[in-house]
Design a protein around this ligand. Structure first.
Ligand code: ZN
Length: 109
């Protein structure tokens, strides 16, 4: 598995920038997804523009689809290779578009 990932982050001057970040390890109840696609919604624009406060470095994108490539402890309803959606705000490990608690949002496509 790759140790680095590309992510789009909010910058201090309210722009979006592609950066490299370490791939996070999924915590308890979390799954790591290799994203197949991810949307950018209006909420992401508010985050980028610091409308909710300065979140420089925050990864944008919280609505997408990916394949499970690693499971944290306690994840029982997903297996490696399952397709899962990331469709709302959940507890996030500072990587809105990669690691999510997805058990409640599993979709079969
Ligand atoms: Zn959204």
């Amino acid at each position: 598995m790759c140790e680095k990932m590309r992510a789009i982050v909010a910058t201090k001057d309210h722009k979006a920038e592609v950066v490299e970040r370490p791939v996070p390890k999924p915590g308890y109840g979390e799954a790591l997804l290799e994203m197949e696609c991810c949307g950018v919604c209006h909420t992401d624009l508010h985050v980028k523009n610091a409308d909710f406060g300065d979140v420089t470095g925050r990864i944008l994108g919280h609505e997408g689809i990916g394949r499970v490539i690693e499971r944290g402890e306690g994840v029982t309803s997903l297996k490696i290779g399952d397709r899962a959606s990331v469709a709302c705000f959940l507890k996030v490990v500072d990587t809105v578009n990669i690691v999510q608690q997805v058990e409640k949002h599993y979709v079969e496509l």
